[in-house]
Design a protein around this ligand. Structure first.
Ligand code: NAD
Ligand code: ZN
Length: 240
């Protein structure tokens, strides 16, 4: 079975992606070759820096790290993002469930996107709830403050130790349980609770596209060990 054959016979595809989907756009992943987890920052790991407790205990250091390593305002959608837009437009793709916070699927034009770890493009005042775009974080230094009430502006991004946004999580699980083909790409599947999303899949074809092996490989109809952007770019989409 090839990816093309699986795409051709599927009626409802869901794409479940992780940081590996955006590395071709110049955004480093966490656990890949040049991932952020391979280094320490002032003696701390990226996982510690991006934890709920670090945010509350050391907000200035949190925002310094966040601005330096998690924000890539100039990154553009790559061939994988663009192909997924074509697939959605053709009515084949019913949803993208992404662990990425970079907003690149929406930038590519997709509407059926479940950002289960949130998005750097949404930021809210912790006191009055006022919304702020990414520019608020980019154009300030230290702790970003609300223009109206002076409260701390927090990115809508799931930190280690925080629960997922419930409505987004429920929507993602619903789409995965209703699809007939699930493409899992660019995720090491080591982050809970996102990895357990796979348990909701009861469709026909599970495809895994990833450079490294994952725990889903043994259950997959097809495992492709290559570059996600190249592999997805080669998929032909028939417009009905
Ligand atoms: P991960 O870093 O744990 O794993 C990424 C996987 O993708 C690795 O197995 C790597 O081998 C593979 N990979 C990388 N580039 C690839 C390519 N071009 N082709 C094929 N495979 C490739 O990522 P994760 O499982 O998503 O977990 C990381 C967590 O950190 C996520 O929760 C996410 O929210 C966050 N994160 C997000 C971004 C982003 O928004 N772009 C970037 C880094 C981390
Ligand atoms: Zn406020």
């Amino acid at each position: 079975m090839t990816l093309q054959q699986i795409v051709d016979r599927a009626k409802r595809i869901v794409f479940f992606g992780g940081a590996g989907v955006s590395t071709e756009s110049g955004i480093p992943d966490f656990r890949g070759m040049d991932g952020l987890f391979a280094r320490e920052y002032d003696g701390l790991t990226a996982e510690m820096m991006l934890s709920r407790s670090f945010f509350y205990l050391h907000p200035t250091r949190f925002f310094d790290f966040y601005r330096k390593y998690m924000l890539h305002p100039d990154a553009k959608p790559n061939a994988c993002h663009r192909k997924l837009f074509e697939l959605e437009r053709a009515g084949k793709l019913r949803g993208i469930v992404t662990q990425n916070i970079d907003g690149l699927h929406r930038a590519a034009g997709n509407r059926l996107v479940y950002e289960v770890h949130g998005s750097v493009h949404e930021n809210y005042c912790m006191d009055c709830g006022a919304f702020y775009p990414l520019s608020k974080i980019l154009t300030t230094e230290g702790i970003p403050r609300c223009d109206t009430c002076g409260g701390v502006v927090k990115p809508w991004v799931t930190l280690y130790g925080e629960p997922l946004d419930k409505p987004t999580e429920m929507g993602a699980c619903r789409e995965i349980s209703n699809c007939d083909a699930l493409i899992v790409a660019g995720t090491s599947l080591q982050v809970e609770p996102a990895r357990s999303f796979l348990d909701y899949f009861h469709g026909r074809d599970l495809v895994v596209i990833n450079r490294d092996g994952t725990e889903a490989d043994s259950r997959a109809t097809l495992v492709l060990r290559g570059n996600i952007a190249e592999i997805m770019d080669a998929v032909r989409v028939d417009v009905p």
